[in-house]
Write a protein that binds this ligand. Structure first.
Ligand code: MG
Length: 365
């Protein structure tokens, strides 16, 4: 099963939030971007992956086309571990983390999709799990920057059946508003996206603790300051989550060695794909850290997350961006039912991207 072709397809899909108060306008504008990677083999199979590309679509596309594709044409697609290692080694001089690893992730996901298709079984079965395990979802809200909107949307997601909600806010006022909107039983996570120095983080996390957050996510900049996270965790007693900005098992090993987190958040489209994600889950299990996969996206990487999580003894909660997209690229699997995701049971990732959606929202030839 030789790789004969690697194509990239850039998509930009509009969405709405049901509110006019988003505070992330410059980051996401009105669209969510996806970079699809399509791998063709000499036995006629096609595998799909995607590389993290929010705010970086053209750069990630160029990385896949220039740094990844030429190195794998003619390789045996079954040699997934070997190809991943080769791509990491041959690309190390352009940076071990960030866009280089996002590009490798996209290719790796496509190769695992091919492996499942060649075996005619869903990926979860190749990984030692079953498709019958529904996974609990949480609603991951945008940053609204407005406490009244936070309260209203939290009340809406509670009414829709979610028992867990995640804010992307940085004020105590917003966390209080979510507690009021969601009620006492709602588990409220607070993703702050690396705003504070260690000293400021101690002050803010201590103040937010009054509203019983289930976890606080990435309170310190830079995100790789694992020692500072560990100190914050000990000082405040608040559960911390991090990992969406870490790549490869090496960075997660350092995170676990420092005692930085209660919850680790590897992102399959960023860490180095399914191959690296599996190494990270093994390290987390050994360190006694719960996996809470980072997955606020809607392409093949989301289905890969479901397949990976379903193969874990403790899958954790599955993140679902709380946005209505103009079209559904991967079918019904990205929408939870009664608060749970179900695992696609088709071969590989379980479903292919919809060609009509690709045709409608493709942004480059
Ligand atoms: Mg986050």
């Amino acid at each position: 099963m030789k790789i004969t072709k690697v194509d990239t397809i850039a998509l930009s899909i509009p969405f709405d939030l049901g509110t006019d108060k988003p505070d992330w306008g410059d980051k996401f504008a009105q669209n969510l971007d996806t970079l699809l990677i399509r791998v063709e083999t000499d036995n006629g199979l096609v595998g799909w992956g995607d590389a993290f590309a929010y705010g970086s679509l053209r750069a990630v596309q160029a990385a896949v086309e220039d740094m990844i594709a030429p190195k794998v044409i003619g390789a045996d697609a079954r040699d997934i571990i070997g190809i991943n290692h080769l791509l990491q080694q041959e690309n190390h001089l352009w940076g071990r983390y960030g866009i280089t690893l996002f590009a490798i992730s996209g290719l790796d996901i496509a190769l695992w999709d091919l492996a499942g298709k060649a075996a005619n079984m869903p990926l979860v079965q190749l990984l030692g799990g079953a498709t019958t395990k529904p996974l609990p979802a949480y609603a991951s809200l945008f940053r609204y920057g407005d406490a009244a909107t936070v309260k209203r949307v939290t009340a809406e997601v509670a009414a829709a059946g979610y028992e867990h909600v995640k804010l992307h806010e940085v004020t105590v006022e917003a966390v209080e508003a979510a507690r009021r909107g969601g009620g006492d039983k709602m588990a409220i996570m607070v993703d702050t996206n690396c705003p504070w120095t260690p000293v400021a983080a101690t002050e803010m996390v201590s103040a937010m603790a009054a509203y019983d957050p289930y976890w606080i996510e990435e309170p310190i900049f830079p995100p790789e300051d694992f020692d500072a996270l560990a100190r914050l965790r000990m000082e405040t007693g608040v559960r911390l989550a991090a990992g969406e900005n870490a790549c490869t098992s090496f960075q997660f090993q350092a995170m676990f060695d420092a005692g930085a987190v209660d919850f680790a958040q590897p992102s399959v489209t960023k860490v180095g794909g399914i191959t690296e994600f599996q190494k990270i889950t093994a390290l987390a299990e050994t360190a006694g850290v719960q996996i809470m996969a980072h997955s606020p996206y809607f392409g093949p990487g989301f289905l890969a997350t479901l397949q990976l999580a379903a193969a874990l003894p403790k899958p954790g909660l599955i993140e679902r961006f709380h946005a209505n997209l103009a079209a559904n690229l991967m079918g019904p699997w990205v929408d939870p039912k009664d608060g749970y995701f179900h695992i696609p049971d088709g071969p590989g990732l379980g479903a292919d991207p919809d060609p009509d959606v690709i045709a409608r929202f493709r942004v480059t030839p």
